[in-house]
Design a protein around this ligand. Structure first.
Ligand code: B1M
Length: 208
Protein backbone atom coordinates (compact mmCIF):
# COMPACT_ATOMS: atom_id res chain seq x y z
CA UNK A 1 0.00 0.00 0.00
CA UNK A 2 1.44 3.44 -0.87
CA UNK A 3 1.33 6.42 1.52
CA UNK A 4 -1.65 8.08 -0.21
CA UNK A 5 -3.83 4.95 -0.07
CA UNK A 6 -2.80 4.53 3.55
CA UNK A 7 -3.81 8.12 4.40
CA UNK A 8 -7.21 7.60 2.73
CA UNK A 9 -7.82 4.29 4.46
CA UNK A 10 -6.73 5.52 7.90
CA UNK A 11 -8.99 8.54 7.47
CA UNK A 12 -11.91 6.27 6.63
CA UNK A 13 -11.11 4.34 9.81
CA UNK A 14 -10.99 7.63 11.76
CA UNK A 15 -7.48 6.94 13.03
CA UNK A 16 -6.02 10.46 13.50
CA UNK A 17 -2.63 9.28 14.70
CA UNK A 18 -2.15 6.92 11.78
CA UNK A 19 -3.31 9.64 9.35
CA UNK A 20 -0.76 12.15 10.64
CA UNK A 21 2.00 9.49 10.72
CA UNK A 22 1.27 8.53 7.10
CA UNK A 23 1.22 12.21 6.08
CA UNK A 24 4.60 12.76 7.72
CA UNK A 25 5.92 9.78 5.81
CA UNK A 26 4.50 11.15 2.54
CA UNK A 27 6.09 14.55 3.23
CA UNK A 28 9.43 12.86 3.89
CA UNK A 29 8.97 10.99 0.60
CA UNK A 30 8.70 14.39 -1.18
CA UNK A 31 5.04 13.93 -2.17
CA UNK A 32 3.58 17.43 -2.82
CA UNK A 33 1.13 18.72 -0.20
CA UNK A 34 -1.64 19.16 -2.82
CA UNK A 35 -1.29 15.49 -3.86
CA UNK A 36 -1.45 14.39 -0.22
CA UNK A 37 -4.59 16.52 0.23
CA UNK A 38 -6.34 15.42 -2.99
CA UNK A 39 -5.33 11.78 -3.28
CA UNK A 40 -5.07 11.05 0.44
CA UNK A 41 -7.38 13.11 2.67
CA UNK A 42 -10.02 14.17 0.11
CA UNK A 43 -10.11 10.71 -1.48
CA UNK A 44 -10.76 9.20 1.96
CA UNK A 45 -13.42 11.77 2.80
CA UNK A 46 -15.16 11.15 -0.55
CA UNK A 47 -15.55 7.51 0.45
CA UNK A 48 -16.97 8.60 3.82
CA UNK A 49 -19.45 10.89 2.02
CA UNK A 50 -20.57 8.11 -0.34
CA UNK A 51 -20.93 5.53 2.44
CA UNK A 52 -22.85 7.99 4.65
CA UNK A 53 -25.23 8.75 1.77
CA UNK A 54 -25.74 5.02 1.18
CA UNK A 55 -26.59 4.51 4.86
CA UNK A 56 -23.62 2.19 5.39
CA UNK A 57 -22.12 4.42 8.11
CA UNK A 58 -23.64 6.93 10.52
CA UNK A 59 -23.08 10.42 11.98
CA UNK A 60 -20.50 9.32 14.62
CA UNK A 61 -18.37 7.68 11.88
CA UNK A 62 -18.43 10.91 9.88
CA UNK A 63 -17.48 12.97 12.94
CA UNK A 64 -14.59 10.64 13.79
CA UNK A 65 -13.33 10.76 10.19
CA UNK A 66 -13.63 14.56 10.34
CA UNK A 67 -11.38 14.64 13.39
CA UNK A 68 -8.76 12.68 11.47
CA UNK A 69 -9.23 14.98 8.47
CA UNK A 70 -8.71 18.07 10.63
CA UNK A 71 -5.54 16.59 12.16
CA UNK A 72 -4.22 15.93 8.66
CA UNK A 73 -5.18 19.36 7.33
CA UNK A 74 -3.47 21.07 10.30
CA UNK A 75 -0.27 19.31 9.32
CA UNK A 76 -0.61 20.19 5.63
CA UNK A 77 -1.92 23.76 5.90
CA UNK A 78 1.45 25.57 6.13
CA UNK A 79 2.78 23.58 3.17
CA UNK A 80 -0.34 24.20 1.07
CA UNK A 81 -0.12 27.92 1.84
CA UNK A 82 3.59 27.97 0.99
CA UNK A 83 2.84 26.18 -2.32
CA UNK A 84 0.09 28.72 -3.11
CA UNK A 85 -2.65 26.06 -3.27
CA UNK A 86 -6.11 27.65 -3.39
CA UNK A 87 -9.34 26.06 -2.12
CA UNK A 88 -11.77 24.90 -4.85
CA UNK A 89 -14.32 27.44 -3.64
CA UNK A 90 -15.59 29.31 -0.61
CA UNK A 91 -18.82 28.42 1.21
CA UNK A 92 -20.44 30.83 3.65
CA UNK A 93 -22.92 28.87 5.74
CA UNK A 94 -25.29 29.23 8.66
CA UNK A 95 -28.43 27.85 10.25
CA UNK A 96 -31.11 30.49 9.74
CA UNK A 97 -32.56 32.79 12.39
CA UNK A 98 -34.64 31.12 15.11
CA UNK A 99 -33.05 27.73 14.52
CA UNK A 100 -30.42 26.16 16.77
CA UNK A 101 -30.04 22.80 14.99
CA UNK A 102 -26.52 22.37 13.67
CA UNK A 103 -25.78 18.66 13.27
CA UNK A 104 -26.69 18.68 9.56
CA UNK A 105 -24.71 21.87 9.02
CA UNK A 106 -21.69 20.31 10.72
CA UNK A 107 -21.87 17.37 8.30
CA UNK A 108 -22.19 19.75 5.37
CA UNK A 109 -19.08 21.60 6.60
CA UNK A 110 -17.13 18.38 7.02
CA UNK A 111 -17.90 17.06 3.53
CA UNK A 112 -17.33 20.46 1.87
CA UNK A 113 -14.04 20.87 3.69
CA UNK A 114 -13.23 17.29 2.71
CA UNK A 115 -13.86 18.22 -0.92
CA UNK A 116 -11.41 21.15 -0.72
CA UNK A 117 -13.77 24.07 -0.02
CA UNK A 118 -12.96 26.88 2.41
CA UNK A 119 -15.76 27.23 4.96
CA UNK A 120 -16.92 30.39 6.71
CA UNK A 121 -19.39 29.16 9.33
CA UNK A 122 -21.67 31.84 10.79
CA UNK A 123 -23.08 29.36 13.31
CA UNK A 124 -26.75 29.01 14.25
CA UNK A 125 -29.63 31.49 14.61
CA UNK A 126 -28.16 33.64 11.84
CA UNK A 127 -30.24 36.70 10.82
CA UNK A 128 -30.46 37.83 7.18
CA UNK A 129 -28.38 40.96 7.89
CA UNK A 130 -25.51 38.79 9.13
CA UNK A 131 -25.60 36.63 5.95
CA UNK A 132 -25.60 39.82 3.89
CA UNK A 133 -22.79 41.50 5.84
CA UNK A 134 -20.60 38.39 5.74
CA UNK A 135 -21.32 37.77 2.05
CA UNK A 136 -20.13 41.29 1.23
CA UNK A 137 -17.01 40.92 3.35
CA UNK A 138 -16.06 37.36 2.39
CA UNK A 139 -17.23 37.23 -1.25
CA UNK A 140 -18.05 33.50 -1.13
CA UNK A 141 -18.81 31.41 -4.22
CA UNK A 142 -21.73 29.83 -2.39
CA UNK A 143 -24.03 30.81 0.45
CA UNK A 144 -25.48 27.84 2.33
CA UNK A 145 -28.51 27.91 4.61
CA UNK A 146 -29.78 25.15 6.81
CA UNK A 147 -33.11 24.87 8.67
CA UNK A 148 -34.66 22.04 10.67
CA UNK A 149 -37.90 23.64 11.83
CA UNK A 150 -40.89 24.23 9.58
CA UNK A 151 -41.22 27.62 11.26
CA UNK A 152 -37.64 28.71 10.55
CA UNK A 153 -37.49 27.46 6.96
CA UNK A 154 -39.62 30.52 6.20
CA UNK A 155 -36.72 32.70 7.37
CA UNK A 156 -34.72 31.35 4.43
CA UNK A 157 -37.18 33.09 2.15
CA UNK A 158 -36.65 36.56 3.64
CA UNK A 159 -32.91 35.94 3.81
CA UNK A 160 -32.78 35.10 0.10
CA UNK A 161 -35.02 38.04 -0.76
CA UNK A 162 -32.57 40.41 0.96
CA UNK A 163 -29.55 38.79 -0.69
CA UNK A 164 -31.17 38.94 -4.13
CA UNK A 165 -32.00 42.63 -3.62
CA UNK A 166 -28.33 43.33 -2.86
CA UNK A 167 -25.14 43.28 -4.88
CA UNK A 168 -24.34 39.71 -3.70
CA UNK A 169 -24.12 37.26 -6.62
CA UNK A 170 -23.08 34.03 -4.84
CA UNK A 171 -24.93 30.79 -5.64
CA UNK A 172 -27.43 30.07 -2.86
CA UNK A 173 -27.82 26.49 -1.68
CA UNK A 174 -30.31 25.38 0.96
CA UNK A 175 -30.92 22.17 2.86
CA UNK A 176 -32.35 20.66 6.02
CA UNK A 177 -34.99 18.02 6.69
CA UNK A 178 -38.17 20.10 6.10
CA UNK A 179 -36.90 21.71 2.87
CA UNK A 180 -37.43 20.37 -0.64
CA UNK A 181 -36.66 21.05 -4.29
CA UNK A 182 -40.09 22.60 -4.66
CA UNK A 183 -39.56 24.86 -1.65
CA UNK A 184 -36.12 25.90 -2.93
CA UNK A 185 -37.65 26.91 -6.27
CA UNK A 186 -40.42 28.80 -4.52
CA UNK A 187 -38.04 30.90 -2.40
CA UNK A 188 -35.64 31.52 -5.31
CA UNK A 189 -32.67 29.46 -4.04
CA UNK A 190 -30.32 28.28 -6.77
CA UNK A 191 -29.74 24.79 -5.38
CA UNK A 192 -31.36 22.37 -2.96
CA UNK A 193 -29.53 19.41 -1.49
CA UNK A 194 -31.21 16.45 0.16
CA UNK A 195 -27.96 15.53 1.88
CA UNK A 196 -24.52 16.91 2.63
CA UNK A 197 -23.01 14.58 0.00
CA UNK A 198 -25.47 15.79 -2.67
CA UNK A 199 -24.65 19.37 -1.64
CA UNK A 200 -20.96 18.81 -2.31
CA UNK A 201 -21.65 17.39 -5.77
CA UNK A 202 -23.93 20.31 -6.68
CA UNK A 203 -21.44 22.83 -5.30
CA UNK A 204 -18.56 21.31 -7.24
CA UNK A 205 -20.61 21.65 -10.45
CA UNK A 206 -21.56 25.23 -9.54
CA UNK A 207 -17.94 26.38 -9.09
CA UNK A 208 -16.53 24.32 -11.99
CO1 B1M B 1 -35.09 19.49 17.43
N1 B1M B 1 -36.67 19.23 16.32
N2 B1M B 1 -36.01 20.94 18.40
N3 B1M B 1 -33.54 19.51 18.58
N4 B1M B 1 -34.59 17.88 16.63
C1 B1M B 1 -36.57 18.24 15.25
C2 B1M B 1 -36.07 18.88 13.96
C3 B1M B 1 -38.06 17.74 15.14
C4 B1M B 1 -38.41 17.18 13.74
C5 B1M B 1 -38.35 16.73 16.26
C6 B1M B 1 -39.80 16.28 16.26
O1 B1M B 1 -40.66 16.94 16.77
N5 B1M B 1 -40.09 15.14 15.69
C7 B1M B 1 -38.85 19.04 15.50
C8 B1M B 1 -39.21 19.95 14.34
C9 B1M B 1 -40.69 19.88 13.99
C10 B1M B 1 -41.04 20.83 12.93
O2 B1M B 1 -40.57 21.92 12.82
N6 B1M B 1 -41.96 20.38 12.10
C11 B1M B 1 -37.91 19.69 16.49
C12 B1M B 1 -38.29 20.64 17.47
C13 B1M B 1 -39.77 20.96 17.53
C14 B1M B 1 -37.38 21.25 18.33
C15 B1M B 1 -37.67 22.26 19.44
C16 B1M B 1 -38.68 23.36 19.07
C17 B1M B 1 -38.10 21.47 20.66
C18 B1M B 1 -38.55 22.31 21.84
O3 B1M B 1 -37.73 22.99 22.42
N7 B1M B 1 -39.83 22.28 22.09
C19 B1M B 1 -36.27 22.87 19.70
C20 B1M B 1 -35.99 24.05 18.77
C21 B1M B 1 -34.79 24.80 19.15
C22 B1M B 1 -34.46 25.81 18.08
O4 B1M B 1 -33.85 25.44 17.09
N8 B1M B 1 -34.89 27.06 18.25
C23 B1M B 1 -35.40 21.73 19.33
C24 B1M B 1 -34.15 21.50 19.90
C25 B1M B 1 -33.33 20.44 19.59
C26 B1M B 1 -32.03 20.12 20.32
C27 B1M B 1 -31.28 21.36 20.78
C28 B1M B 1 -32.39 19.28 21.53
C29 B1M B 1 -31.29 19.21 19.28
C30 B1M B 1 -30.39 19.97 18.32
C31 B1M B 1 -28.92 19.81 18.67
C32 B1M B 1 -28.05 20.39 17.60
O5 B1M B 1 -28.38 20.46 16.42
N9 B1M B 1 -26.89 20.78 18.04
C33 B1M B 1 -32.47 18.68 18.45
C34 B1M B 1 -32.42 17.54 17.63
C35 B1M B 1 -31.12 16.73 17.68
C36 B1M B 1 -33.47 17.16 16.77
C37 B1M B 1 -33.61 15.87 15.94
C38 B1M B 1 -33.83 14.73 16.92
C39 B1M B 1 -32.47 15.51 15.03
C40 B1M B 1 -32.08 16.60 14.06
C41 B1M B 1 -30.79 16.22 13.39
O6 B1M B 1 -29.73 16.67 13.79
N10 B1M B 1 -30.86 15.32 12.37
C42 B1M B 1 -34.90 16.17 15.07
C43 B1M B 1 -35.84 14.97 14.91
C44 B1M B 1 -35.35 14.05 13.84
O7 B1M B 1 -34.90 14.47 12.78
N11 B1M B 1 -35.48 12.79 14.11
C45 B1M B 1 -35.45 17.38 15.72
C46 B1M B 1 -29.66 14.77 11.73
C47 B1M B 1 -29.13 15.73 10.65
C48 B1M B 1 -27.89 15.09 10.04
O8 B1M B 1 -30.11 15.88 9.65
O9 B1M B 1 -30.13 18.42 9.78
O10 B1M B 1 -31.69 17.18 8.19
P1 B1M B 1 -30.39 17.27 8.88
O11 B1M B 1 -29.23 17.36 7.80
C49 B1M B 1 -29.13 16.51 6.70
C50 B1M B 1 -29.83 17.01 5.44
O12 B1M B 1 -31.02 17.67 5.70
C51 B1M B 1 -28.77 17.85 4.78
O13 B1M B 1 -27.55 17.23 5.13
C52 B1M B 1 -27.67 16.51 6.35
C53 B1M B 1 -27.11 15.10 6.21
O14 B1M B 1 -26.66 14.71 5.02
N12 B1M B 1 -28.66 19.27 5.07
C54 B1M B 1 -28.14 20.12 4.15
C55 B1M B 1 -28.89 19.96 6.19
N13 B1M B 1 -28.57 21.23 6.03
C56 B1M B 1 -28.09 21.36 4.79
C57 B1M B 1 -27.60 22.48 4.11
C58 B1M B 1 -27.16 22.29 2.81
C59 B1M B 1 -27.20 21.06 2.20
C60 B1M B 1 -27.68 19.95 2.86
O15 B1M B 1 -26.65 23.29 2.08
C61 B1M B 1 -26.39 24.51 2.73
Amino acid sequence: MNELTEIAQKLEAGDSQAVTAAIEQAITGQIPAATILNEGLIAGMNVIGRRFKAGEIFIPNVLIAARAMNAGIALLEPRLAADGIKPVGKLLIGTVQGDLHDIGKTLVNILFKGAGFEIIDLGVNVPAEKFLQAARAEKPDLIGMSALLTTTMLNMESCIRQLRASDVTATIIIGGAPTSQKFAAKINADLWAASAADGVELAKQAVA
